[in-house]
Design a protein around this ligand. Structure first.
Ligand SMILES: Cc1c2[nH]c(c1CCC(=O)O)Cc1[nH]c(c(CCC(=O)O)c1C)Cc1[nH]c(c(CCC(=O)O)c1C)Cc1[nH]c(c(C)c1CCC(=O)O)C2
Length: 364
């Protein structure tokens, strides 16, 4: 049999124009084969080169606020694996930090904040200085815009109001979210003020990210799966919709990906009501259901279990193939169902890339 040019060569021959990167094409409604790929938390401690820069930077927050180093760690996984997108290196908790809440990261314990006790504490938060305080983040985006390969899409991001509020109230990560829920159920008006303040801050922050160079935005609602339906609609879906509305009013062309982790059947409501261009699927979403009920309405992204990347080999390959088979027929971006684990061997990520990119170009 004659040797065909490799898929990579064929892609090179028809490299999209700067405004037609493969990830952007999917977000504008076009299927791509092979699908574009990036991974949530693709920059991080599983990479030795990240650990080196992190040690040089000082604290995690020092790294987030150092444009040169934040740019460098954003680029590391692009250099190593050639992902289709780079996600800004920062954290969802820079918003509470910029509002004036005390924030620090403890090794092995994750983020810590001085917790808000109730609506009385809202007066201490100052939404007026967010853009000024987050200048280093915008500077990072500017550097990235200049340094990324022409085919790589630059993704900016923020946490959704509920997920960010939960860290602000719990003082860090939580198992049961009882302090936040107690506040929301006992004082819904006061809680709505906190959510409203975060909608305002987050929409402004995302708009400024677009102006600084972000081409796509992702909104992480990592803890949206803990509410009953009415509260999911009020504290997760409605704030997401309002942020999307405000960002699109300022920048109608910017695609937005929403990650309502754990939303289950309410993923359909998010697809229909939020106005996002794509939804990121967590690991539990059934793929035939997603292909039937979500993909006709929005592009989808996800949902490989990050734990498979710890294992690698045939188990990883089989899971990758299943996802490609079930979602690859429509608008699809390959990604994980949640962030990559810090114990992931980088060789397993390289194997994943090879397998996804080996997908032959087939007609729709
Ligand atoms: C909930 C949440 C946070 N941060 C984020 C979320 C939403 C996504 C999710 O659900 O995972 C989002 C986030 N955090 C980070 C990024 C950078 C971009 C990327 O994806 O590569 C992004 C997009 C870097 C980070 N954010 C953090 C690290 C590790 C810190 C370090 O290097 O010491 C990184 C690379 C710290 C962080 N930040 C947060 C936690 C709970 C932790 C501790 C977890 C851990 O230690 O692994 C809050």
């Amino acid at each position: 049999m004659n040797k065909k040019p490799s898929d990579t060569q064929m892609l090179d021959a028809s490299l999209p124009a700067a405004d037609e990167k493969r990830l952007l094409r999917v977000l504008r409604g076009e299927r791509q084969q092979p699908p574009p790929i990036w991974l949530m938390r693709q920059a991080g401690r599983y990479l030795a080169e990240y650990r080196t820069v992190r040690a040089e930077a000082g604290s995690f927050l020092d790294l987030c606020y150092n444009p040169e180093l934040a740019c460098e760690v954003t680029l590391q996984p692009i250099r190593r694996f050639g992902f289709d997108a780079a996600i800004l290196f920062s954290d969802i908790l820079v918003i509470p930090h910029a509002l004036g809440q005390k924030l620090w990261f403890e090794e092995g314990r994750g983020p810590r904040l001085e917790p808000l006790q109730g609506a009385g504490d809202l007066a201490a938060l100052d939404p007026g200085r967010i853009e000024e305080r987050l200048q280093p983040v915008f500077a990072t985006l500017g550097l990235l815009q200049k340094s990324l390969p022409a085919e790589t899409t630059l993704i900016g991001f923020a946490g959704a109001p509920w997920t960010v509020a939960s860290y602000m109230i719990e003082g860090g990560s939580s198992r049961d979210f009882l302090k936040s829920k107690r506040w929301a159920y006992s004082d819904p008006e006061g809680f709505a003020r906190l959510i409203g303040l975060l909608v305002e801050a987050t929409a402004g922050y995302l708009i400024a990210q677009v102006e600084a160079g972000a081409e796509v935005l992702q909104i992480f609602d990592s803890w949206s799966g803990v509410w009953p339906e009415p509260e999911f609609r009020r504290w997760c879906l409605a704030p997401q919709r309002e942020i999307v509305r405000r960002v699109k009013a300022a920048h109608p062309q910017v695609p937005i990906i929403v990650f309502p982790r754990g939303a289950g059947p309410l993923y359909v409501a998010v697809a229909e009501e939020v106005g996002a261009d794509a939804l990121s699927l967590d690991t539990t979403v059934p793929l035939d259901w997603a292909a039937r009920h979500l993909q006709p309405k929005v592009a989808v992204q996800g949902n490989l279990d990050p734990a498979l990347l710890l294992v690698g080999g045939a188990a990883q390959d089989a899971a990758v193939d299943r996802i490609l088979k079930q979602l690859g027929q429509g608008r699809f971006i390959f990604n994980l169902g949640h962030g990559i684990d810090k114990h992931t061997p980088p060789e397993h990520v390289a194997r994943l890339m090879e397998r996804v990119r080996a997908q032959h170009s087939t007609p729709v």
